[in-house]
Design a protein around this ligand. Structure first.
Ligand code: SAM
Length: 341
C-alpha cells in the first residue's frame, strides 16, 4: 500500500498544485492520497479523473497528520530537500510494503524530520512537491509504474502524432447501470454493425467505423433509465456526458425501429421530430439492432415481430432498410447474420 500524505494544503491557493500532486500519485502508482485540509473541490476533480481513466485510486481530505501518522502501520517517507539522496536509500525503502509518502505545501513542522523513517531528497535543491513525488515514485517502482493498467472507460493509445483515445463502451454500460441482458444485446449489435459496415466500406462507400462502433455499443445506454421509447432521449443525454461526438448522438437518437417519423414520434410520446436514420452509420446501427434480440435473427423473424408490435408501416420501412443495406453491402444482410449465428 502506497499512500501520499499532503501536508499544509491551503484552500484556494493550493488547489491546482495539490490536484497535480494527487494526479501524479495516481499516475505513478500510489493507491491513494490523504490531504490534511478538507477540500471538496480537489476531491471531486480527482474522482472525476478516476471515473474516466480508471484505477482504484482513493482521495480523502480533512484528515489531520497527527491522527493519520499515529495509526499508520507502515514506514513514513518524508520528501524534503534536506534529506538523504534518493539513490542511496531507495533499495532500503523498497523492502517495505506499506509506505506513507509525505510532501508539504507550506513549511512542514520540525517534528516531521524525527517522525519520518526516511527523509529523502530528490536532489538537495528546492523545487516542487509534484516533481519530487514523480521522481521518487519512478525510483521506487524502478520505472514499472509505466506498465500500470488502469482499465478505465478511456484509454489513450500511444501514437507518434495526433490523439488516439479508445473508449471501453462495455464499461460505460456497466457504470450507467444497464442490465446484463442489455449489455449482451449491445455487444451483439456492435458485432453485427461492424460486419455490415466493413462489407459496405469494402464496396468503396465511406463509413465512419469508430462512430458505428460507439453508436452500436451505446444505442441502448438509455435503457439504464427506462425501457420505454424515451430510452432514446435518455441515451443521448448519457452519451453527451461522455463527450460522444454528434455523429454518435445521432446514431442513438435515430436507432428506433427502422425509423420513426415526426407523427409516429408524437404518438409514441417522443418530442415531435423526425427520428429516421439518415447517415449510413445511423442506418447500419438501426438495422443491426433490428436483427438482434438476445440472439441474432433473420429478417423474416424481424418482419413478423414488427408487424405484430408496430404494424404494417413499420414493417415496410424495415424491409426497405434491409434491401438498401444489402445492396450497399453487396450481400444479403441475412448471410452476415448467418455467419455470426
Ligand atoms: N516552502 C516550504 C519550505 O520552506 O519548507 C517548501 C515548499 S516546497 C515547494 C513543497 C514541498 O516540495 C516540500 O515540502 C517537499 O516535500 C517538496 N520538495 C521540494 N524540493 C524538494 C527536494 N529537493 N527533494 C524532495 N522534496 C522536495
Amino acid at each position: 500500500m502506497i499512500i501520499v500524505y499532503r501536508y499544509g494544503h491551503r484552500i484556494g491557493r493550493d488547489k491546482r498544485i495539490t490536484t497535480h500532486v494527487a494526479l501524479v500519485a495516481r499516475a505513478f502508482g500510489a493507491d491513494g492520497i490523504v490531504i490534511d485540509t478538507k477540500d471538496e473541490g480537489v476531491e471531486e476533480s480527482i474522482k472525476k479523473v478516476v471515473e474516466r481513466f480508471g484505477g482504484n485510486f482513493f482521495i480523502k481530505s480533512g484528515i489531520s497528520w497527527k491522527e493519520y501518522f499515529k495509526q499508520w502501520k507502515g514506514k513514513i517517507v518524508h520528501l524534503t530537500m534536506y534529506g538523504e539522496r534518493v539513490d542511496k536509500v531507495i533499495n532500503e525503502i523498497r523492502k517495505h510494503k506499506d509506505l506513507l509518502i509525505v510532501v508539504g505545501a507550506e513549511k512542514v513542522p520540525g517534528e516531521f524530520y524525527e517522525i519520518a523513517d526516511y527523509n529523502v531528497a530528490i536532489g538537495n535543491q528546492p523545487h516542487s512537491e509534484v516533481a519530487a513525488l514523480a521522481i521518487f515514485m519512478h525510483f521506487l517502482t524502478d520505472g514499472k509504474w509505466l506498465d500500470k493498467k488502469f482499465n478505465g472507460i478511456l484509454e489513450i493509445i500511444p501514437c507518434k502524432k495526433g490523439k488516439i483515445v479508445k473508449y471501453n463502451y462495455k464499461k460505460i454500460l456497466e457504470k450507467e447501470g444497464c442490465s446484463k441482458a442489455v449489455i449482451k444485446h449491445c455487444e451483439k449489435v456492435a458485432k453485427l454493425a461492424k460486419e455490415i459496415a466493413e462489407r459496405i466500406a469494402r464496396n468503396g462507400i465511406k463509413v465512419d467505423m469508430e462512430a458505428v462502433e460507439a453508436g452500436a455499443w451505446l444505442h441502448d445506454v438509455g435503457r439504464a433509465k427506462t425501457h420505454g421509447i424515451m430510452h432514446i432521449i435518455e441515451g443521448v443525454e448519457i452519451a453527451k456526458k461522455y463527450g460522444m461526438p454528434k455523429k454518435v448522438l445521432e446514431i442513438i437518437k435515430h436507432h428506433g425501429g427502422a425509423g420513426i417519423d415526426a407523427e409516429e414520434a408524437e404518438k409514441l410520446g417522443l418530442p415531435k421530430e423526425d427520428y429516421t436514420p439518415k447517415s449510413i452509420e445511423e442506418m447500419i446501427v438501426a438495422h443491426a439492432d433490428n436483427l438482434v434480440g438476445l440472439k441474432y435473427r433473420k429478417i423474416d423473424d424481424a418482419i413478423r415481430e414488427f408487424k405484430r408490435k408496430a404494424g404494417e408501416k413499420a414493417a415496410k420501412k424495415l424491409i426497405a432498410l434491409h434491401k438498401k443495406l444489402s445492396e450497399l453491402a453487396g450481400i444479403d444482410i441475412d448471410e452476415i447474420v448467418d455467419k455470426l449465428e
